[in-house]
Design a protein around this ligand. Sequence first.
Ligand SMILES: NC(=O)c1ccc[n+]([C@@H]2O[C@H](COP(=O)([O-])OP(=O)(O)OC[C@H]3O[C@@H](n4cnc5c(N)ncnc54)[C@H](OP(=O)(O)O)[C@@H]3O)[C@@H](O)[C@H]2O)c1
Length: 207
Amino acid sequence: MTLSIIAAVAANGVIGKDGKIPFYLPKDLERFKCITKSSPVVMGHRTFNTFAGLLPDRINIVMTKDQEFSAKGVLVVHSLAEMYETIALLKADEVFIIGGAKLYHDTIGRAERIYLTSVIQEYEGDTVFPAINQEEWDVLLVRYFNDHYFTILERKDTVHKIDLDMKHCSGEELQLGFDMIPKSVRYDPRSAEIIGAYDKYVPHGRR
Ligand SMILES: NC(=O)c1ccc[n+]([C@@H]2O[C@H](COP(=O)([O-])OP(=O)(O)OC[C@H]3O[C@@H](n4cnc5c(N)ncnc54)[C@H](OP(=O)(O)O)[C@@H]3O)[C@@H](O)[C@H]2O)c1
């Protein structure tokens, strides 16, 4: 089972403001749906409260210390240890940590993959993504869109078994954009911003 983080992060590291995501990227939301569909998703109680209900077609796991909390169709866990035990029992290929900041901070040390949307603009906010230690991650893919980069990072020394063309994502919007073949990519650990030189820009699908 691969433990993956999926997040959208502003250029200054911000991921949330007043309990909401301060930017709206329709293509990224579509990509989020497509990548996480059919897989278990784990979220903090605050993030769960931002949704109108369950994320459909996925096992929804919510973390809270509140022993009284329950919601229809939700698997509730009360500690990190209980969360790791629960996801191991699910026997899924991939489990996604979908936020918020507390969950990202607590799990980034164990995650093997990060699907990272780096928003080009800075936003004001009150919650930030944790620092990414570039020494620990391989950059598998960088795809440029008008207002964001979509990147996939995998922990060094893991066996890469990911479909980088994301053939399971069928929407045309997801397939647009430009692949950037990383040459000497590094991450600004504070903002998760990609800084680097690229060999070439390849229109997706024409490699
Ligand atoms: N940009 C993105 O990709 C993205 C994605 C998701 C969320 N967000 C944003 O992130 C913000 C929310 O982040 P957040 O850090 O404030 O909240 P959060 O991580 O969503 O939820 C925190 C809550 O989860 C529970 N929790 C967390 N760790 C726990 C643990 N180890 N054991 C038991 N319960 C635990 C606690 O709930 P109780 O208080 O009930 O005990 C805690 O108060 C929002 O603004 C949201 O919109 C952004």
